[in-house]
Design a protein. Structure first.
Length: 149
């Protein structure tokens, strides 16, 4: 009987010790979660103060993709390879991959800022068969090129 009581006491002591460790871990975790993390801010868009590559990487990493016109859809375009719209803090950015050669093996990426949602939708409109994607890009997106280097 004494051995069962001793075993029960040892088990309770072990459980109590484990609970203290769990509580300490939970308390530390809770304290860490309550720490206000510094908000990620986009690079400042002052003319020629930020590189376009850095801005594109930031938007790709921190925004979310709203839509895309794929290279398959743009197969007939002589200069557009792909176009992606990414939203970050309620601002729409468009990243376009432009062909540098006829086959599109060499390309260059460009970023466009503050594109109105209606312009993106008009560009992406698959029912506008009268105008090519290139014509629509020039009409709806091209004027919003970011001020970066």
């Amino acid at each position: 009987m004494k051995s069962i009581a001793w075993l029960l006491t040892a088990s309770l002591l072990l459980i109590h010790t484990q609970l203290e460790k769990v509580y300490a871990t939970d308390h530390t975790l809770e304290a860490n979660l309550n720490v206000k993390k510094e908000e990620v801010k986009p690079p400042v868009l002052v003319s020629q103060s930020v590189s376009c590559v850095r801005l594109m990487n930031f938007i790709i990493d921190n925004g979310y993709k709203v839509g895309e016109v794929s290279s398959f859809q743009l197969i007939r375009s002589s200069w557009l390879k792909s176009v992606v719209a990414i939203e970050y803090k309620d601002v729409l950015y468009v990243i376009a991959e432009i062909k540098r050669d006829r086959l599109g093996y060499q390309t260059q990426h460009y970023i466009f800022c503050n594109v109105p949602r209606r312009n993106w939708n008009a560009f992406r409109n698959i029912y506008d068969m009268q105008h090519s994607y290139g014509e629509r890009f020039n009409a709806y997106i091209m004027d919003y090129e970011c001020e970066c280097e």
